[in-house]
Design a protein around this ligand. Structure first.
Ligand code: TPP
Length: 639
């Protein structure tokens, strides 16, 4: 690697000649490909943003100038150029570098992210801080076209136009469906001329920049999705004319020199925000990824020569696919059921539903808040919406779940995929808060299946139930449970005793049931008999059963794959306190303590917090030993 071997920071890059940037970009792209083939990651998204990263670090004096990447999944080239070339091989692995950007990881990572549509707000805040300091550095937000359509980004645009502070927005547009018709485009090109700096810009870089590759073909795709409709509404007419943004574009986002020229032009704009509109191709430079850009947004390891993904051995189906298929079956029987995703059709299994019921399944884009209230509206009119949203992303819509759904007791089902520890995506993506944020909401029912078969029962139960209900289930494969039988309606608030006996009761919630059973088997071999309960519901709790256990056992151990604060164990303790039984039985809560959980193999992370069969076994044993010691001491004192 002629260039890359000598680039250990953006300062090294800036010492190169402009014409070298194409060569640098080629090497960065090749390096990403070779590395991702080995370890997997956000391959397609990052291949599409190589030239953006090269041009940004060349045109700006980073880290003094601040670059804020939205989400951060597309910023592998940025990582490579900012001293993390070697460590890219460790990305998303335990102890390795993050898959997103992280302030602790590098001074060039000005703002951490993982969730979308935050960059404009953060960058605007930085720009205002700069103004207050009387400083002159630039602040650049880099945002994708889908993320730009997210609510927060829209709110930031609204304020940025009003504040009129210097802010550069680099739009990474890999869809390019801006205008609905060629006629509108003509008007659009004319409006470009209104943008300050347009003439100089044109002189600097020549007409080539204004060429619009494959426009005719791409326009056919215009405004086909909600995302496009929103983009069409704001870009560039409304942005330029009504919202106070200057506009520079279109730019070929894979021409580093053109990008540098456009960014330098943007630097000259002193009297308000400017948007630089770059057209890019997801998966750029790798044919398979370009063709299947959706699938290649993120991948596991692959064969670089053939582009074939290296698949792990087939095991039980994923919870996601069980959800999608079960929805299709339930929707066939009940025309009132509709399905919904917020920009994650394949991640949630809603893609299967869209295929089968295109009229009854919706992708609203990166708009979780809207998604929930949209469901509430449909429920008001007698539909039965099922919103499939990752646990971590539903955090965005906390108020909508309460204000629009729960207060009005509307019939919306929330299917929370990726609940628990998700692995390589790390702290921004772990779904550890949902029990705590859903449990206090009046009218809400909250449950978690012990396996993929019970997921089907819970879906049926939640949809049958007339009111808000949430089901949380983990990322990845089920345990091989029966998914052929018809789903049954469960009694709401009823737990199941899976194993009885002894002085210890393990109350397990959702994904923790299976390891609890294994732990109980192991404990039995040591002569410690335990009762194991599949709690099923955290709200309403099976209070009859839990209170009975509290009266008859010495030790209750609660186990959940979630933050302890406000979680399942907390719910059990509250119940005991409400019934005056808090001193009757010893309680041990197992779950995730109050700290950030890093990225890494989920198995390893679960083991770290004792949330596997071994961890549960050890904790129960230790707790029993403490109780035994106490009993012996007490017996001695009493003589
Ligand atoms: C709030 C939120 N919802 C959903 C996601 C999942 N997600 C990650 S990247 C992405 C697509 C982003 O598209 P775009 O901004 O156009 O960038 P591109 O990947 O095309 O470069 C989505 C939906 C997220 N990160 N945050």
């Amino acid at each position: 690697m002629e260039f890359l071997n000598h680039i250990n920071s953006p300062a090294d890059l800036r010492r190169l000649k402009g014409e070298d940037l194409v060569g640098v970009s080629g090497e960065v792209r090749q390096y990403i490909l070779e590395t991702m083939a080995r370890v997997g990651g956000h391959t397609g998204a990052s291949l599409g943003a190589v030239e953006l990263a090269v041009a940004l670090h060349y045109a700006f004096d980073t880290p003094r100038d601040r670059i804020v990447w939205d989400v951060g999944h597309q910023a592998y080239a940025h990582k490579i150029l900012t001293g993390r070339r070697e460590s890219l091989l460790t990305i998303k692995q335990y102890g390795g570098i993050s898959g997103f950007l992280k302030r602790e990881e590098s001074e060039f990572d000005t703002f951490g992210a993982g969730h979308a549509s935050t960059s404009l707000s953060a960058a605007l805040g930085m720009a205002i801080a700069r103004d207050r300091r009387g400083d002159s550095n630039h602040v650049v937000a880099v945002i994708g076209d889908a993320s730009l359509a997210g609510g927060m980004a829209m709110e930031a645009i609204n304020q940025a136009g009003h504040l009129k502070t210097r802010l550069i927005v680099l739009l990474n547009d890999n869809e390019m469906s801006i205008a609905p018709a060629v006629g509108a485009l003509t008007g659009y090109l004319n409006r470009l001329k209104e943008a300050q700096g347009y003439h100089r810009f044109k002189d600097d870089v020549g007409d080539a920049l204004l060429s619009i590759p494959a426009l005719g073909e791409r326009l056919h795709h215009a405004a086909k999705t909600v995302k496009d409709a929103i983009a069409a509404a704001v870009l560039p007419g409304a942005l330029v004319n009504e919202l106070g943004f200057k506009y520079i574009g279109y730019i070929d986002g894979h021409n580093p020199l053109a990008l540098v020229a456009a960014l330098r032009e943007a630097q000259k704009i002193k009297d308000g925000p400017v948007i630089v509109h770059a057209l890019t191709t997801k998966g750029k430079g790798y044919e398979t990824a370009e063709k299947n850009y959706y699938k290649w947004h993120a991948t596991g390891p692959f064969d670089l020569k053939t582009g074939n993904l290296i698949k792990s051995k087939p095991s039980a189906p994923t919870y996601t696919s069980v959800f999608g298929n079960t929805m299709c079956q339930l929707m066939e029987k009940d025309a009132r059921i509709v399905a919904l995703t917020a920009a994650m059709p394949d991640g949630t299994g809603v893609d299967l539903i869209i295929e089968k019921f295109p009229e009854r399944a919706f992708d609203v884009g990166i708009a979780e808040q809207h998604a929930v209230t949209f469901c509430a509206g449909m429920a008001c009119e007698g539909l039965k919406p099922v919103a499939a949203i990752y646990s971590t992303f539903l955090q965005r819509a906390f108020d909508q779940v309460m204000h629009d759904v729960c207060i009005q007791n509307l019939d919306v089902t929330f299917a929370l995929d990726r609940a628990g520890i998700v692995g390589g995506d790390g702290p921004t993506h772990h779904g550890l808060l949902d029990i705590a944020y859903l449990r206090p909401m009046p009218n809400m029912i909250v449950m978690a299946p012990k396996d993929e078969g019970e997921l089907r029962d819970m879906m049926h139960t939640a949809i049958q139930h007339n009111g808000p209900a949430a089901i949380r289930y983990p990322r990845g494969n089920g345990i091989g449970a029966d998914i052929k039988r018809d789903p049954v309606k469960l009694e709401i608030g009823k737990a199941v005793v899976l194993r009885d006996g002894g002085e210890v009761a393990i109350l397990a919630y959702g994904s923790m049931v299976q390891p609890s059973i294994e732990a109980a088997d192991h404990l039995a071999k040591d002569g410690i008999e335990t009762c194991v309960v599949n709690a099923r519901f955290v709200k309403p709790l099976d209070s009859g059963l839990i209170l009975a256990l509290a009266r008859t056992r010495r030790l209750i151990v609660t186990v959940e794959e979630a933050y302890l604060a406000g979680g399942f164990g907390s719910a059990v303790m509250e119940l005991l306190e409400e019934n005056g039984l808090q001193d009757k039985v010893k309680i041990v809560r197992m779950g995730v303590p109050d700290r950030l959980v890093t990225h890494g193999d989920p198995k390893l992370l679960l083991a770290k917090y004792g949330l596997d069969a071994d961890g549960i076994y050890t904790r129960v044993r230790e707790s029993v030993e403490v109780l035994d010691d106490k009993r012996t001491t007490w017996q001695k004192v009493r003589g």
